[in-house]
Design a binder for this molecule. Structure first.
Ligand code: OSB
Ligand code: MG
Length: 373
């Protein structure tokens, strides 16, 4: 296969409700989409970066720049398989989400051409996946209970509460008191330090499934220390940016569970390697989310059908994020989403709608960079 060009576009999609985490509030997504144009057909990729470098060092303007000037030019006009993409991009350090987006677009083109779904390529063992939902920090306990109640009514099989210092034990207690023994977990997005260990241990009586990324991403050893005080299983998200990082964290005893996000680790192929490593070491994994559109969701739902994804993921339905998705919507049925079965990502992009919300467009090809708007 030959990659002839990559079309990039930026679209603006408002969220149905503000999403607040310990690192800020988001009210819309500014999504960078990629279309790989190959001699075997096209493929789509979604870059999961946020607008600001507050979850990780990556951000959307930076990802756009590095893709145009440093990543895509390394892949153009040579015989190429998806498996070679990460090797060709290795000279560029970091930028996992940007790398993941272009690898995803190439993989979609390759699999669509072969008539194979992402799910079959990954070795999926289910045709639908259990879904959880990530609940942002709320303005009050009353608002939290109403939001969580709404999601439970819709059928979500697990609730994740975003926490931060000053919004942790009380919201967890309130949700447990109101809703009883539901599958419940929390995500701190790096908001604590080891000095908070005894405070975080106050979550132990609530029998949470896990506490996700309590401390900063580089403090891997500190997470192993924390595990001596906190009985709730520690799950890492931000710290796990590669197979090597996963292997080291497991070896150090820093986590018992991993949140797997293909974008955060540089792509679906690296994510599959981490899935396999965790399976071999006896650690469960679950599919994380980055408020993806239907493009990213399609790939994530397919991967979540792999055997070691044994906990419900942050793979929620389209209507939890957007009034209108850019593909056919993913709809929750009995707390699950259906795994797309068609070739490649198995979803159709509504290009007319995408055009109508595009605020920048450009193409990188043999002729160089062409900015359309
Ligand atoms: O830490 O898991 C996270 C969203 C954006 C950035 C980081 C995170 C999240 C979520 C939402 O928790 C998950 C989703 O529903 O996509
Ligand atoms: Mg997280």
């Amino acid at each position: 296969m030959k990659l002839q060009a990559v079309e990039l576009r930026r679209i603006r999609l408002p969220l149905v409700a503000p999403f607040e985490t310990s690192f800020g509030v988001q009210t819309e997504r500014d999504v960078l989409l990629l279309k790989a144009v190959t001699d075997a057909g096209d493929g789509w990729g979604e870059c999961v970066v946020g607008e600001e470098p507050t979850y990780s060092p990556e951000y959307v303007n930076g990802a756009q720049h590095v893709l145009i000037h440093h990543l895509i030019p390394r892949l153009l006009d040579r015989a190429l398989t998806t498996g070679e993409v990460s090797k060709l991009l290795r000279p560029v350090h970091g930028h996992q989400m940007a790398k993941a987006a272009v690898e995803m677009a190439v993989l979609d083109a390759e699999l669509r051409d072969q008539g194979q779904s992402f799910a079959r390529f990954f070795g999926a063992v289910r045709d639908e996946v259990d879904c959880g939902v990530s609940v942002g920090i709320q303005p009050s306990i009353a608002a939290l209970l109403s939001t969580v109640g709404g999601y439970l009514d819709q059928g979500y099989r697990r609730i994740k509460l975003k926490i931060k210092p000053g919004w942790d034990v009380e919201p967890v207690r309130a949700v447990r008191e109101r809703f009883g023994d539901i599958p419940l977990q929390v995500d701190a997005n790096t908001a604590y330090t080891l000095a908070d260990a005894t405070h975080l241990a106050k979550l132990d009586p609530f029998a949470l499934l896990l506490i996700e990324q309590p401390m900063p991403e580089e403090q891997v050893l500190a997470h192993a220390e924390l595990a001596k005080t906190v009985r709730t299983p520690i799950c890492l998200d931000e710290s796990i940016h590669s197979l090597q990082a996963a292997s080291d964290a497991i070896e150090l005893g820093a986590c018992r569970i991993i949140n797997l996000k293909p974008g955060r680790v540089g792509g679906y192929l690296e994510a599959r390697r981490i899935h396999d490593l965790c399976a071999a070491r006896g650690l469960p994994v679950w599919m994380g989310g980055m408020l993806e559109t239907g493009i990213g969701r399609a790939g994530n739902v397919a991967m979540a059908a792999m055997p070691n994804f044994t906990l419900p993921g942050d793979t929620s339905a389209s209507n939890r994020y957007f009034h209108r998705d850019i593909t056919e919507p993913f709809v929750l049925r009995d707390g699950r989403l259906k795994v797309p079965a068609g070739p490649g990502l198995g979803v159709n992009v509504d290009e007319e709608f995408v055009d109508s919300i595009t605020h920048w467009q450009g193409t990188v090809g043999r002729a160089g960079i062409r900015t359309v708007s």
